[in-house]
Design a protein around this ligand. Structure first.
Ligand code: ATP
Ligand code: ATP
Ligand code: MG
Ligand code: MG
Length: 873
């Protein structure tokens, strides 16, 4: 088998409403070998992956897939089920998949859901190899496959603290986006509603507070000044100074680097000068300034305060083993490390116990070695500090905190100034006020780990992600989302997106807009290029000022990556016409309609689908709409609209040359058509349709009729406001129309306008990229010839065709029309434009369907201001 394409569809897509992996597979000679031709396959696969028994497949009951296997199915379909089950086996619960014959024999499009992209892709590769071996009879090493996939998972997974916050956000419907592959920097929400976190540090975490927490001495000073008990001590830079401090405060003492974490470089319970010398060196090795402070007797507690509230408390014990009277310490450690909860570093809930210098020294102090056998229930500590990251354990004691201790913890959070803070408190217990016992705060932590609270070794786990999310999004109805309007269709997307963005901006909304031209944040162009895919959506939704996102959605993006959002508030479907058929396995208009209706399918419940009632294929897509429907139509008498309006649905249409909104018995005038510059006094009917669509979308987004009216009146088809689309310029008695139509439907629409413009002769410069089918290029040529007296065809981007081939096809279409249209062909756009300008004279209309509109506009300027207007441009 051969993997032809393999990628993640990251949002709603052609195959599924959810994220899915797309795997295009050439099964080669296995096309001749369905599973019933290899009788041992069912038995072998059920032995290797017993849980496949649960797959229902199309049969609809457990065992269904195995039945299909026995009856005979193809390798692609088996790959799908194996890829799904492999993900389940490494802990990602997924179920959905489907396998579709592609148009070519032996080629299959395998679709299956994923939770983690890297794991989803890796599962597909493993599944293909697995199925190949299944058919060839080669050995399959399941444990090795699982280990490889788990490694991918662990390399890629968010840490437990970040994951807890992301999950809590998800439970409130707040979307999250990882902003870099290899870190825990995550965006929660969208646009101006967003918040960002990096693990347990948030956008609000105070830098001064974090600086204080980083410096243990500064922390102690602030707490001491506030009357909170801290261990007495000082900072020093040499052993002799350390000795002075120890003499001052008296043994036992603790030494630690002034700046450090994870208990590194810390020695506790130091009793004499000799031990102090060693301990000082260990600390000084980590950081030149060393704290020497009083050793505080007591249990190690961690208090977690979020947004001023104590949300969890844990008691921590250093890594230790408990004797059974038989086993050696080493054997007991091995048993502990066998606990599946213990991983390496922070990857798991607990961490493995590593026997190091410190452990051996501790054992030695107790006259023990790793070979010693200890009495039953005797506890032997292997580390001097209780950090989880060095193998310690934690017990949840949240319910045992005395109100005075709680008050003290919350007060500390305020004094240090941190929104999320972990307080390390040594005390005998948390059930009594601090002043009644031996107790001291040894340090505070910014960005504290949540592991010990989420899944303590003993006691109840606490959902501490939730208070973080509630702090960042205090309004419980706030799901952090901004309204998204997504516009799709074959023609008019860019125009409609620009107009809708204009309507919103004109009504003083802050808009992020992406289309096949630019990305704009309000009136600022931030990027230029084709931005009609999911990447553009992500860029807009990352912008912290965006209140509304208006996005052009083209088929390429839908097919390659899926939508760049999980749901939208308004989905606009303008029209479905033949364009780009034959690409991405979309061969028919029905398939194209299904592709475009992904946007309608993604409209959230309570959102609005804006549909063109004049296009039967668009009308059909209402079956996918879950929210409200607002229709637009050029035909005020359309029966569909009538029925819809009678049932109190909303529609936008044109009545008595006015754009109106109808609902029930109401007809509200929006604006007379001739006051909408984009429509050329109604002659550009396609732009009337686009204006209706944009008005309907704006209305669905909450704009008033008055706002829509003023917006429509102020949007002009000029190079400034709608560059490259129906830009009409008069210069030196010549009329020029710059446009972008490049399929028959667009040209037919444009043809109506062209025929309305009075002109002596109609000349046109046009080309088309070579990635269209032959018949499309021929049809394009024919339509161009129908519209014009003279054609200047150029060879645009060949995209895989031979030079001259594209223009020759267009020409042959033009020549097939008996309209007496003169045709000339050029190798380059520039040459065709120059020749057309040369030929055009006063009273002529020159239609430019070109890429480089800026140079053409420059040329026109030259004409307009030239002293002899009829001269050479
Ligand atoms: P982490 O980053 O995990 O919080 P750290 O390196 O910042 O650790 P501290 O929190 O200051 O270090 O100390 C680590 C542990 O060492 C404490 O939890 C406690 O077990 C022990 N310890 C620190 N200071 C004292 C002290 N004065 N008396 C007794 N034990 C102490
Ligand atoms: P693309 O797929 O190239 O991004 P688009 O859908 O964004 O195109 P526009 O750039 O707005 O569409 O318009 C392209 C051309 O299509 C217009 O200049 C016009 O000739 C034609 N057109 C615009 N709107 C419509 C419409 N509603 N119906 C038919 N044709 C239209
Ligand atoms: Mg600490
Ligand atoms: Mg476009």
């Amino acid at each position: 088998m051969n993997i032809l394409e393999h990628r993640a569809l990251r949002g709603p897509n052609y195959y599924s409403r959810y994220q899915a992996i797309f795997l295009r597979l050439d099964i080669g000679e296995l096309e001749q070998r369905p599973s019933d031709t290899a009788p041992d396959i069912v038995q072998r696969i059920s032995e290797l992956i017993p849980t496949l028994q649960e797959h229902r497949c199309s049969v609809g009951r457990p065992g269904g897939f195995l039945e299909r296997l026995a009856r005979g199915t193809w390798a692609g379909h088996i790959v799908e089920h194996v890829a799904i089950e492999l993900q389940n086996l490494i802990g990602f619960s997924v179920g959905y998949g489907k396998t579709i014959d592609a148009y070519d024999s032996g080629i299959y499009n395998v679709i299956y859901r994923y939770r983690d992209e890297a794991c989803g892709l890796a599962a597909g590769v493993e599944a293909v190899d697995f199925v190949e071996r299944l058919f060839s009879g080669d050995a399959i090493d399941m444990p090795a496959i699982i280990t490889r996939l788990k490694n991918v998972r662990d390399d890629n997974m968010l840490g437990p603290s970040t994951a807890a916050i992301v999950e809590a956000a998800g439970n409130r419907g707040i979307p999250s986006t990882r902003l870099s592959e290899d870190s825990s920097y995550v965006q929660l929400g969208q646009g101006h509603r967003q918040q960002r976190i990096q693990a347990t540090v948030t956008w609000r975490t105070n830098l001064i507070g974090a600086g204080i927490a980083d410096d243990k001495n500064w922390t102690k000073q602030i707490l001491d000044d506030a009357g909170i008990p801290v261990p007495q001590g000082r900072v020093c830079e040499s052993y002799s100074e350390a000795l002075d401090i120890a003499r001052d405060i008296g043994y036992p003492v603790v030494t630690k680097p002034l700046i450090g974490n994870h208990g590194r470089g810390i020695s506790t319970d130091i009793d004499d000068d000799q031990a102090l010398r060693e301990a000082f060196d260990i600390a000084a090795n980590r950081y030149p300034s060393v704290i020497v402070e009083k050793y505080v007797k007591g249990e190690d507690h961690r208090l977690l305060v979020i947004n001023g509230q104590l949300v969890a408390a844990a008691r921590r014990r250093p890594a230790h083993v408990i004797g059974d009277g038989e086993s050696s310490i080493q054997a007991l450690v091995d048993v502990e490390n066998g606990d599946p909860r213990r991983g390496v570093g922070h990857e798991n809930l607990l961490t493995q116990i590593q026997i190091d210098e410190q452990s051996l020294r501790l054992l030695d102090q107790q006259n023990l070695t790793l070979q010693s056998v200890i009495a039953k229930d005797e506890i032997v500590y292997l580390k001097s500090t209780a950090n989880l990251s060095t193998g310690g354990t934690a017990t949840d004691v949240t319910d045992d905190v005395h109100p005075e201790v709680k008050y003290a913890a919350e007060r500390i959070a305020r004094l240090i100034g941190l929104d999320i803070i972990g307080i390390d408190l040594l005390s005998e217990t948390l059930t009594r006020p601090l002043e009644d016992q031996s107790a001291a705060v040894v340090e505070v932590n910014a960005g504290p780990g949540f592991r010990m609270h989420l899944s303590p070794t003993h006691g109840l786990g606490r959902n501490v992600g939730r208070p973080v999310v509630d702090m960042l999004f205090p309004d419980s109805d706030d799901n952090g989302r901004v309204p998204i309007a997504a516009v799709t269709g074959t023609n008019g997307k860019t125009t409609t997106v620009r107009l809708l963005a204009h309507l919103l901006r004109h009504a003083r909304r802050s808009v992020g807009m992406a289309c096949t031209g630019t990305i704009e944040i309000n009136n600022h162009v931030i990027m230029r290029g084709d931005y009609s895919g999911p990447q553009a959506a992500a860029i807009v939704l990352r912008e912290p000022t965006v209140e509304y996102a208006v996005l052009e959605v083209a088929r390429g993006g839908i097919m390659r990556r899926g939508l760049g959002f999980d749901e939208c508030d308004v989905g606009v479907l303008l029209n479905i016409a033949s364009d780009h058929l034959g690409e991405h396995d979309i061969h028919t208009l029905e398939e194209l309609a299904r592709c475009k209706s992904v946007v309608i399918d993604a409209v959230r419940q309570g959102g609005t689908a804006v549909l063109n009632a004049d296009d039967p294929r668009v009308l059909d897509s209402r079956q996918w709409a879950r929210g409200n429907i607002v229709f637009f139509t050029l035909d005020p008498d359309s029966p569909t609209i009538r029925e819809h309006v009678n049932e109190h649905g909303v529609a936008f249409t044109v009545h008595n040359e006015r754009i109106v909104m109808r609902q029930g018995k109401v007809e509200a005038e929006v604006v007379p058509v001739f006051e909408v510059p984009l429509t050329f006094e109604g002659h550009a009917r396609f732009n009337v349709a686009n204006a209706l669509a944009a008005s309907a979308a704006a209305y669905a987004l909450g704009l008033s009729i008055a706002d829509i009216q003023r917006g429509l009146q102020t949007f002009h088809p000029t190079p400034g406001q709608n560059p490259g689309r129906t830009n009409f310029i008069e210069a030196a008695g010549m009329k020029v129309l710059i446009d972008y139509g490049h399929n028959v439907a667009a040209l037919e629409a444009l043809g109506e306008l062209v025929s309305c413009i009075p002109a002596h002769r109609r000349l046109c410069v046009a080309g088309a990229p070579g990635n269209r089918r032959d018949e499309d290029l021929v049809a394009l040529g024919a339509q161009l010839a129908r519209m014009h007296d003279s054609l200047f065809i150029f060879d645009s981007d060949p995209r895989g065709r031979a030079p001259g081939e594209t223009s020759a096809l267009i020409r042959s279409g033009a020549d097939s029309i008996e309209d007496n249209c003169q045709v000339e062909v050029f190798m380059e756009e520039r040459q065709a434009v120059a020749k057309a300008f040369d030929q055009a004279s006063e009273g002529d209309l020159l239609v430019l369907l070109i890429d480089d509109t800026e140079s053409a506009i420059e040329r026109l300027r030259g004409r307009r201001f030239a002293p002899d207007a009829s001269g050479d441009p």
